[in-house]
Design a protein around this ligand. Structure first.
Ligand code: UDP
Ligand code: MG
Length: 321
């Protein structure tokens, strides 16, 4: 029988944790009763350096609930890294992992469908939102624009899929081979290439607490997603440069001809405007290329993506060294 680990990254989630633990425990018990997963399956809550009582709640729950395990990171490393830490820890103990946010926006009841797909032979099962009714119009629009932009830039990702997905042990094993620090799992997982499928669910509102992704974080997440998977923006800059050079050659010929014909030379405004415009284009281009160089800089340092402080797991080898 396959052992399932549900990996849940938590950052300041004391408001939802009790409910999340309760619902995931129910899901696990239900699946065990139906004989779909092993009896020692569990939910692994990853505390991503929370400033509130999240870890105390996880630890207390661990001591009285055999289905709850905890992983405490040594600081806040962000959603993606926290999720990776959870998956890497879980793969040592489990045959199947399901990653899900702590806020209960993703429907825990489709986990069963994911497990069914796994038993049919799929290694990766994406949870995809069938609608976005509960999101604000702004969030809906920005999310859509983001996916479209990603696609136009040539970075593969699954439309309307967040980080709610099932992965088999060998898929997580494959994921561990991707060493990059600029982590964007949504773009990375499709590169693994095993058998994949999707299940659909309705996304609901956050059960409690506040979103940890304000606009600023969302924008940098989107920018990271593109620049980590595509160098097309740099190609676009080169093309823009070429077009501007051709245009300026055309303009030079035009000026020369009109000078020969005795017309007045172009005025001050057009010169100034073109200087400002080109200056802006150059600064933007250098800035963008700088972003890529910055990424290379981060990657070559090969710093660890997270540090583990404590692992609380039931009946397996203690991983906390
Ligand atoms: N999260 C995390 N570390 C962070 C920020 C967020 O582990 O630095 C977790 C958070 O606890 C939640 C998930 O990532 O389980 C997604 O965050 P959130 O629900 O706030 O994002 P949204 O759904 O609003 O995009
Ligand atoms: Mg959320």
């Amino acid at each position: 029988m396959d052992r399932l680990a549900i990996v849940v990254p938590c950052y300041n989630e004391e408001a939802v944790f009790p409910e999340t633990a309760k619902r995931l425990t129910q899901v696990l018990q239900d699946l065990i009763k139906k004989g779909k997963i092993a009896e020692n399956s569990f939910a692994l809550f990853v505390n991503d350096g929370s400033k509130d009582k999240t870890w105390e709640l996880i630890a207390a729950e661990y001591h009285q609930n055999p289905y709850v395990s905890g992983l405490k990171l040594a600081g806040n490393v962000g959603h993606q890294n926290a999720l990776l830490a959870g998956l890497m820890t879980a793969k040592e103990m489990a045959d199947i992992t399901v990653s899900i946010d702590a806020d209960l926006q993703d429907d825990v009841n489709v986990i069963e469908e994911m497990v069914d797909r796994y038993h049919e032979g799929f290694d990766i099962v994406y949870g995809v939102r069938s609608e976005r009714k509960t999101d604000t119009a702004f969030k809906k629009w920005t999310a859509q624009a983001f996916y479209k932009l990603m696609h136009a830039m040539g970075a593969k990702s699954v439309y309307n899929h967040a980080d709610f997905r099932l992965m088999s042990k060998r898929a997580v094993e494959a994921l561990s081979q991707y060493k990059e620090r600029n982590l964007f799992l949504r773009g990375l997982v499709p590169l693994i290439g095993y058998n994949t499928t999707t299940v659909y669910y309705k996304r609901s509102e956050r059960f409690a607490g506040e979103s940890k992704y304000p606009l600023k974080k969302m924008l940098s997440f989107a920018f990271d997603g593109i620049t980590s998977f595509s160098i097309r923006p740099i190609t676009l800059i080169a093309m823009l440069g070429l077009i501007i050079i051709l245009l300026s050659i055309g303009a030079a010929i035009y000026t020369l001809i009109s000078f020969c014909l005795g017309h007045a030379a172009p005025g001050w405004a057009s010169i100034m405007l073109s200087i400002w415009f080109l200056g802006g284009v150059q600064l933007l281009s250098i800035g963008l290329i700088g972003q890529y160089i910055g990424k290379v800089y981060i990657e070559v340092k090969e710093r660890p993506r997270y540090n583990i402080e404590t692992v609380l797991t039931h009946n397996t080898t203690d991983l906390s060294r």
